[in-house]
Design a protein around this ligand. Structure first.
Ligand SMILES: [Zn+2]
Length: 394
Protein backbone atom coordinates (compact mmCIF):
# COMPACT_ATOMS: atom_id res chain seq x y z
CA UNK A 1 0.00 0.00 0.00
CA UNK A 2 1.34 3.42 -0.84
CA UNK A 3 0.34 7.05 -0.58
CA UNK A 4 -0.38 9.29 -3.56
CA UNK A 5 3.29 10.22 -3.59
CA UNK A 6 4.19 6.54 -4.09
CA UNK A 7 5.96 6.19 -0.72
CA UNK A 8 4.98 3.31 1.57
CA UNK A 9 2.65 4.42 4.35
CA UNK A 10 4.52 3.58 7.54
CA UNK A 11 2.77 1.29 9.99
CA UNK A 12 2.14 2.60 13.48
CA UNK A 13 3.84 0.75 16.32
CA UNK A 14 0.52 -0.83 17.31
CA UNK A 15 -0.26 -1.94 13.74
CA UNK A 16 3.15 -3.53 13.39
CA UNK A 17 2.79 -5.25 16.76
CA UNK A 18 -0.57 -6.70 15.73
CA UNK A 19 0.95 -8.20 12.59
CA UNK A 20 3.87 -9.63 14.54
CA UNK A 21 1.70 -11.20 17.22
CA UNK A 22 -0.73 -12.68 14.67
CA UNK A 23 2.10 -14.27 12.74
CA UNK A 24 3.96 -15.38 15.86
CA UNK A 25 0.91 -17.27 17.11
CA UNK A 26 0.96 -19.34 13.91
CA UNK A 27 4.40 -20.68 14.81
CA UNK A 28 3.93 -23.03 17.75
CA UNK A 29 7.51 -22.80 18.94
CA UNK A 30 7.69 -19.08 18.31
CA UNK A 31 10.62 -19.01 15.88
CA UNK A 32 11.26 -15.30 15.53
CA UNK A 33 13.24 -15.49 12.31
CA UNK A 34 10.45 -17.37 10.51
CA UNK A 35 7.97 -14.74 11.70
CA UNK A 36 10.18 -11.94 10.34
CA UNK A 37 10.67 -13.67 6.97
CA UNK A 38 6.95 -14.38 6.56
CA UNK A 39 5.96 -10.80 7.37
CA UNK A 40 8.62 -9.22 5.14
CA UNK A 41 7.37 -11.36 2.26
CA UNK A 42 3.65 -10.79 2.82
CA UNK A 43 3.90 -7.04 3.41
CA UNK A 44 6.49 -6.09 0.83
CA UNK A 45 4.73 -2.80 0.15
CA UNK A 46 5.50 -1.65 3.70
CA UNK A 47 9.16 -2.50 3.34
CA UNK A 48 9.24 -3.80 6.92
CA UNK A 49 12.83 -5.12 6.94
CA UNK A 50 12.11 -7.08 10.10
CA UNK A 51 14.75 -9.29 11.65
CA UNK A 52 14.23 -12.14 14.09
CA UNK A 53 15.70 -10.03 16.86
CA UNK A 54 13.24 -7.17 16.21
CA UNK A 55 10.35 -9.63 16.43
CA UNK A 56 11.76 -11.02 19.67
CA UNK A 57 12.16 -7.51 21.15
CA UNK A 58 8.66 -6.41 20.13
CA UNK A 59 7.12 -9.49 21.75
CA UNK A 60 9.11 -8.88 24.92
CA UNK A 61 7.96 -5.24 24.99
CA UNK A 62 4.34 -6.33 24.54
CA UNK A 63 4.70 -8.80 27.40
CA UNK A 64 6.42 -6.34 29.73
CA UNK A 65 3.82 -3.67 28.93
CA UNK A 66 0.94 -6.01 29.81
CA UNK A 67 -0.37 -6.18 26.21
CA UNK A 68 0.47 -9.83 25.86
CA UNK A 69 -0.22 -12.36 28.57
CA UNK A 70 -0.65 -16.09 28.69
CA UNK A 71 -3.61 -17.15 30.75
CA UNK A 72 -3.73 -20.90 31.31
CA UNK A 73 -7.04 -22.72 31.10
CA UNK A 74 -9.06 -23.64 34.15
CA UNK A 75 -9.90 -27.33 34.09
CA UNK A 76 -13.30 -27.40 35.77
CA UNK A 77 -14.12 -31.05 35.08
CA UNK A 78 -10.80 -32.12 36.59
CA UNK A 79 -11.51 -29.84 39.58
CA UNK A 80 -14.85 -31.64 40.10
CA UNK A 81 -13.02 -34.98 40.03
CA UNK A 82 -10.55 -33.73 42.65
CA UNK A 83 -13.48 -32.84 44.90
CA UNK A 84 -15.06 -36.28 44.33
CA UNK A 85 -11.74 -38.01 45.06
CA UNK A 86 -11.43 -35.90 48.21
CA UNK A 87 -14.94 -36.95 49.33
CA UNK A 88 -16.17 -33.35 49.43
CA UNK A 89 -19.93 -33.16 49.80
CA UNK A 90 -20.44 -29.53 50.88
CA UNK A 91 -19.50 -26.22 49.32
CA UNK A 92 -15.93 -26.23 50.60
CA UNK A 93 -13.18 -26.74 49.81
CA UNK A 94 -13.67 -25.32 46.35
CA UNK A 95 -11.02 -26.39 43.88
CA UNK A 96 -9.53 -24.64 40.90
CA UNK A 97 -7.19 -26.61 38.61
CA UNK A 98 -4.83 -24.52 36.49
CA UNK A 99 -3.47 -26.18 33.36
CA UNK A 100 0.20 -25.48 33.83
CA UNK A 101 3.59 -26.79 34.91
CA UNK A 102 4.64 -23.36 36.21
CA UNK A 103 4.10 -22.22 39.81
CA UNK A 104 3.67 -18.62 38.62
CA UNK A 105 0.39 -19.53 36.88
CA UNK A 106 -1.05 -21.09 40.03
CA UNK A 107 0.09 -17.98 41.95
CA UNK A 108 -1.65 -15.74 39.42
CA UNK A 109 -4.91 -17.64 39.86
CA UNK A 110 -4.57 -17.12 43.64
CA UNK A 111 -3.85 -13.40 43.11
CA UNK A 112 -7.01 -13.10 40.97
CA UNK A 113 -8.95 -14.75 43.79
CA UNK A 114 -7.54 -12.29 46.36
CA UNK A 115 -8.45 -9.32 44.14
CA UNK A 116 -11.96 -10.75 43.80
CA UNK A 117 -12.22 -11.05 47.60
CA UNK A 118 -11.10 -7.43 48.03
CA UNK A 119 -13.64 -6.26 45.44
CA UNK A 120 -16.40 -8.07 47.33
CA UNK A 121 -15.25 -6.76 50.69
CA UNK A 122 -18.05 -4.76 52.24
CA UNK A 123 -17.60 -1.11 53.14
CA UNK A 124 -14.40 0.59 54.01
CA UNK A 125 -13.25 -1.80 56.72
CA UNK A 126 -9.59 -2.72 56.57
CA UNK A 127 -8.72 -5.90 54.70
CA UNK A 128 -6.13 -8.24 56.23
CA UNK A 129 -4.08 -10.76 54.22
CA UNK A 130 -1.76 -13.26 55.93
CA UNK A 131 1.15 -14.82 54.04
CA UNK A 132 3.12 -17.90 54.92
CA UNK A 133 6.61 -18.22 53.45
CA UNK A 134 7.87 -19.85 50.28
CA UNK A 135 8.32 -19.43 46.56
CA UNK A 136 4.63 -19.68 45.66
CA UNK A 137 3.61 -17.12 48.28
CA UNK A 138 6.28 -14.83 46.90
CA UNK A 139 4.85 -15.23 43.38
CA UNK A 140 1.36 -14.46 44.71
CA UNK A 141 2.65 -11.23 46.31
CA UNK A 142 4.39 -10.27 43.09
CA UNK A 143 1.25 -10.92 41.00
CA UNK A 144 -0.82 -8.91 43.49
CA UNK A 145 1.53 -5.92 43.26
CA UNK A 146 1.11 -5.93 39.46
CA UNK A 147 -2.65 -6.11 39.78
CA UNK A 148 -2.75 -3.19 42.22
CA UNK A 149 -0.53 -1.20 39.87
CA UNK A 150 -3.32 -1.62 37.31
CA UNK A 151 -6.10 -1.33 39.86
CA UNK A 152 -8.19 1.00 37.72
CA UNK A 153 -8.97 -2.02 35.59
CA UNK A 154 -8.68 -4.69 38.24
CA UNK A 155 -10.43 -3.30 41.26
CA UNK A 156 -12.61 -0.77 39.58
CA UNK A 157 -13.08 1.31 42.71
CA UNK A 158 -13.50 4.55 40.84
CA UNK A 159 -16.16 3.35 38.36
CA UNK A 160 -18.17 1.74 41.12
CA UNK A 161 -17.94 4.97 43.08
CA UNK A 162 -16.47 3.04 45.97
CA UNK A 163 -13.22 3.55 47.74
CA UNK A 164 -12.55 -0.03 48.75
CA UNK A 165 -11.00 -0.90 52.10
CA UNK A 166 -9.33 2.07 53.78
CA UNK A 167 -6.22 -0.03 54.25
CA UNK A 168 -5.08 -3.36 52.90
CA UNK A 169 -2.76 -5.00 55.41
CA UNK A 170 -0.10 -7.55 54.52
CA UNK A 171 0.95 -9.73 57.42
CA UNK A 172 3.95 -12.02 57.44
CA UNK A 173 2.88 -15.12 59.33
CA UNK A 174 6.40 -16.48 59.48
CA UNK A 175 9.86 -15.05 59.13
CA UNK A 176 12.59 -16.91 57.30
CA UNK A 177 15.46 -14.58 57.71
CA UNK A 178 17.64 -15.95 54.94
CA UNK A 179 20.06 -13.39 53.58
CA UNK A 180 20.77 -15.62 50.57
CA UNK A 181 17.20 -15.99 49.50
CA UNK A 182 15.07 -12.99 50.49
CA UNK A 183 12.36 -14.00 48.04
CA UNK A 184 11.37 -16.85 50.34
CA UNK A 185 10.70 -14.50 53.20
CA UNK A 186 7.28 -12.84 53.49
CA UNK A 187 8.94 -9.99 55.38
CA UNK A 188 10.50 -9.03 52.04
CA UNK A 189 7.29 -9.19 49.98
CA UNK A 190 6.65 -5.42 50.38
CA UNK A 191 9.59 -4.95 48.02
CA UNK A 192 7.31 -5.77 45.07
CA UNK A 193 4.98 -2.98 46.17
CA UNK A 194 7.78 -0.49 46.73
CA UNK A 195 9.11 -1.15 43.25
CA UNK A 196 5.69 -0.31 41.74
CA UNK A 197 4.85 2.38 44.30
CA UNK A 198 4.16 5.21 41.83
CA UNK A 199 1.80 3.14 39.69
CA UNK A 200 0.08 1.67 42.77
CA UNK A 201 -0.36 5.11 44.35
CA UNK A 202 -1.83 6.44 41.10
CA UNK A 203 -4.30 3.54 40.94
CA UNK A 204 -5.16 2.95 44.58
CA UNK A 205 -4.41 6.28 46.21
CA UNK A 206 -1.66 7.02 48.74
CA UNK A 207 -1.22 5.11 51.97
CA UNK A 208 -3.55 2.26 51.05
CA UNK A 209 -1.18 -0.54 52.03
CA UNK A 210 0.25 -1.47 55.41
CA UNK A 211 2.89 -4.11 56.09
CA UNK A 212 3.42 -6.12 59.26
CA UNK A 213 6.53 -8.20 59.65
CA UNK A 214 7.15 -11.21 61.85
CA UNK A 215 10.81 -11.05 62.72
CA UNK A 216 11.44 -14.61 63.88
CA UNK A 217 13.50 -17.28 62.13
CA UNK A 218 11.59 -20.25 60.64
CA UNK A 219 12.11 -22.90 63.34
CA UNK A 220 13.28 -22.46 66.94
CA UNK A 221 13.33 -24.36 70.22
CA UNK A 222 10.04 -23.87 72.11
CA UNK A 223 11.66 -22.06 75.10
CA UNK A 224 13.35 -19.67 72.66
CA UNK A 225 10.02 -18.96 70.99
CA UNK A 226 8.49 -18.17 74.38
CA UNK A 227 11.35 -15.80 75.14
CA UNK A 228 11.01 -14.15 71.72
CA UNK A 229 7.32 -13.62 72.44
CA UNK A 230 8.34 -11.56 75.45
CA UNK A 231 10.28 -9.12 73.27
CA UNK A 232 8.37 -5.96 72.40
CA UNK A 233 8.08 -6.44 68.66
CA UNK A 234 6.99 -10.09 68.73
CA UNK A 235 4.73 -9.57 71.76
CA UNK A 236 2.96 -6.78 69.87
CA UNK A 237 2.42 -9.00 66.82
CA UNK A 238 1.12 -11.90 68.89
CA UNK A 239 -1.24 -9.59 70.85
CA UNK A 240 -2.68 -7.97 67.74
CA UNK A 241 -3.45 -10.93 65.48
CA UNK A 242 -6.31 -9.60 63.34
CA UNK A 243 -9.41 -11.33 62.03
CA UNK A 244 -7.72 -12.26 58.76
CA UNK A 245 -9.92 -11.83 55.68
CA UNK A 246 -7.72 -14.22 53.76
CA UNK A 247 -4.79 -16.46 54.65
CA UNK A 248 -2.52 -17.76 51.90
CA UNK A 249 -0.66 -21.03 52.40
CA UNK A 250 1.33 -23.29 50.16
CA UNK A 251 2.97 -26.69 50.49
CA UNK A 252 6.32 -28.23 49.67
CA UNK A 253 8.08 -31.57 49.27
CA UNK A 254 10.32 -32.91 51.97
CA UNK A 255 13.95 -32.23 51.14
CA UNK A 256 13.48 -30.12 48.01
CA UNK A 257 15.12 -26.77 47.56
CA UNK A 258 13.01 -23.81 48.74
CA UNK A 259 11.11 -25.88 51.29
CA UNK A 260 11.19 -25.82 55.03
CA UNK A 261 13.63 -28.68 55.55
CA UNK A 262 16.54 -26.27 55.42
CA UNK A 263 14.92 -24.02 58.03
CA UNK A 264 14.45 -26.99 60.29
CA UNK A 265 18.15 -27.73 59.81
CA UNK A 266 19.00 -24.15 60.69
CA UNK A 267 16.74 -24.47 63.71
CA UNK A 268 18.78 -27.50 64.80
CA UNK A 269 21.97 -25.50 64.43
CA UNK A 270 20.71 -22.88 66.86
CA UNK A 271 20.01 -25.45 69.58
CA UNK A 272 23.26 -26.90 70.94
CA UNK A 273 21.73 -30.24 71.97
CA UNK A 274 20.28 -30.65 68.49
CA UNK A 275 23.31 -29.65 66.48
CA UNK A 276 24.22 -33.32 65.94
CA UNK A 277 20.81 -33.83 64.36
CA UNK A 278 21.36 -31.56 61.36
CA UNK A 279 22.80 -34.23 59.12
CA UNK A 280 20.28 -36.89 60.02
CA UNK A 281 17.30 -34.56 60.14
CA UNK A 282 15.91 -35.60 56.81
CA UNK A 283 16.12 -39.32 57.57
CA UNK A 284 14.48 -38.68 60.98
CA UNK A 285 11.64 -36.86 59.24
CA UNK A 286 11.29 -39.71 56.73
CA UNK A 287 11.22 -42.25 59.56
CA UNK A 288 8.39 -40.23 61.08
CA UNK A 289 6.58 -40.54 57.69
CA UNK A 290 6.86 -36.83 56.97
CA UNK A 291 5.72 -36.15 53.38
CA UNK A 292 6.48 -32.44 53.25
CA UNK A 293 5.02 -29.27 54.66
CA UNK A 294 1.70 -27.49 54.54
CA UNK A 295 1.48 -23.89 55.74
CA UNK A 296 5.09 -24.10 56.88
CA UNK A 297 4.44 -27.10 59.13
CA UNK A 298 5.77 -30.60 58.52
CA UNK A 299 3.01 -33.13 57.93
CA UNK A 300 2.74 -36.90 57.66
CA UNK A 301 -0.01 -38.76 55.88
CA UNK A 302 -2.31 -38.97 58.91
CA UNK A 303 -1.93 -35.41 60.22
CA UNK A 304 0.49 -32.73 61.35
CA UNK A 305 3.85 -34.19 62.35
CA UNK A 306 4.44 -34.43 66.07
CA UNK A 307 7.46 -32.19 66.42
CA UNK A 308 8.40 -33.70 69.74
CA UNK A 309 10.57 -36.04 67.61
CA UNK A 310 12.70 -32.90 67.22
CA UNK A 311 12.36 -30.46 70.08
CA UNK A 312 11.62 -27.56 67.75
CA UNK A 313 8.57 -25.57 66.88
CA UNK A 314 7.76 -23.72 63.72
CA UNK A 315 7.99 -20.03 64.54
CA UNK A 316 4.77 -18.82 62.95
CA UNK A 317 2.13 -16.36 64.03
CA UNK A 318 -0.56 -19.04 63.42
CA UNK A 319 0.19 -22.73 63.69
CA UNK A 320 -1.30 -25.39 61.44
CA UNK A 321 -4.02 -26.32 63.97
CA UNK A 322 -5.14 -22.68 64.09
CA UNK A 323 -5.21 -22.54 60.29
CA UNK A 324 -7.33 -25.72 60.23
CA UNK A 325 -9.61 -24.16 62.84
CA UNK A 326 -10.12 -21.10 60.66
CA UNK A 327 -10.69 -23.25 57.58
CA UNK A 328 -13.59 -24.95 59.41
CA UNK A 329 -15.30 -21.60 60.01
CA UNK A 330 -17.50 -19.70 57.56
CA UNK A 331 -15.81 -17.84 54.71
CA UNK A 332 -17.41 -14.64 55.97
CA UNK A 333 -15.16 -14.92 59.04
CA UNK A 334 -12.05 -15.17 56.87
CA UNK A 335 -11.01 -17.68 54.26
CA UNK A 336 -8.01 -19.95 53.94
CA UNK A 337 -6.45 -20.50 50.52
CA UNK A 338 -3.93 -23.27 49.85
CA UNK A 339 -1.83 -23.23 46.67
CA UNK A 340 -0.55 -26.62 45.56
CA UNK A 341 1.81 -25.60 42.79
CA UNK A 342 4.61 -27.28 40.79
CA UNK A 343 7.77 -27.72 42.86
CA UNK A 344 10.19 -24.83 42.41
CA UNK A 345 13.23 -27.07 42.75
CA UNK A 346 14.57 -27.45 39.20
CA UNK A 347 15.88 -30.95 40.03
CA UNK A 348 12.50 -32.20 41.19
CA UNK A 349 10.30 -34.30 38.89
CA UNK A 350 7.54 -35.16 41.36
CA UNK A 351 4.03 -33.74 41.27
CA UNK A 352 2.41 -32.65 44.53
CA UNK A 353 -0.45 -35.17 44.39
CA UNK A 354 0.45 -36.54 47.83
CA UNK A 355 0.32 -33.07 49.38
CA UNK A 356 -2.93 -32.36 47.53
CA UNK A 357 -4.31 -35.52 49.15
CA UNK A 358 -3.27 -34.18 52.55
CA UNK A 359 -4.88 -30.81 51.91
CA UNK A 360 -8.15 -32.38 50.72
CA UNK A 361 -8.32 -34.83 53.62
CA UNK A 362 -7.37 -32.58 56.51
CA UNK A 363 -9.78 -29.68 56.19
CA UNK A 364 -7.14 -27.02 55.86
CA UNK A 365 -8.67 -24.83 53.13
CA UNK A 366 -11.78 -23.11 51.81
CA UNK A 367 -10.13 -22.78 48.42
CA UNK A 368 -7.52 -25.03 46.84
CA UNK A 369 -5.58 -23.95 43.76
CA UNK A 370 -3.65 -26.77 42.13
CA UNK A 371 -1.63 -27.39 38.99
CA UNK A 372 -2.99 -29.86 36.44
CA UNK A 373 -0.19 -32.42 36.80
CA UNK A 374 -0.70 -32.83 40.55
CA UNK A 375 -4.49 -32.96 40.07
CA UNK A 376 -4.28 -35.63 37.34
CA UNK A 377 -2.04 -37.84 39.41
CA UNK A 378 -4.31 -37.39 42.42
CA UNK A 379 -7.40 -38.60 40.55
CA UNK A 380 -5.47 -41.55 39.12
CA UNK A 381 -4.90 -40.34 35.58
CA UNK A 382 -1.15 -40.30 36.02
CA UNK A 383 0.89 -37.57 34.46
CA UNK A 384 0.94 -36.75 30.79
CA UNK A 385 4.44 -36.88 29.32
CA UNK A 386 5.40 -33.74 27.50
CA UNK A 387 7.66 -33.51 24.48
CA UNK A 388 8.36 -30.24 22.77
CA UNK A 389 10.28 -30.04 19.50
CA UNK A 390 12.70 -27.30 20.36
CA UNK A 391 13.28 -25.02 17.40
CA UNK A 392 16.45 -23.04 17.61
CA UNK A 393 16.13 -19.33 18.34
CA UNK A 394 17.90 -17.02 15.96
ZN1 LIG B 1 10.08 -31.14 44.86
Amino acid sequence: MSSNSGQPIPLSAAELLTLILQEWLKHPTGNHKKVATALNERHKAHDLQLTGNTVKRKIKEARDGGLLAYKPRRLDTLADRVRVEGGVSGTYPQVQVVETADAAHVAEAVADHVVHAIRNHRGRDDFHIGFFAGRTNSLVAKALALRFARAKEELDWKRRKEDGPTHIHFHSLVGTLDAHDPEMNPNSFPLYFVQLRDAITASCGPDRFRYHSFPVAGAVAPPDFDRLCETDVVAHRVRTVPRFDIIICSCGHLGCKYTLTKYLKEGCETVPVLSGLCDELESRLKEADCIGDVAWHPVCANGPLDLSVLPLRMATLLDLREVQQRAKGPVANGQVVVAVSPCSDPRCERSKSELLRWVMQHGVAHHVFVDSRSAREYVGEGTVPVTIADERED
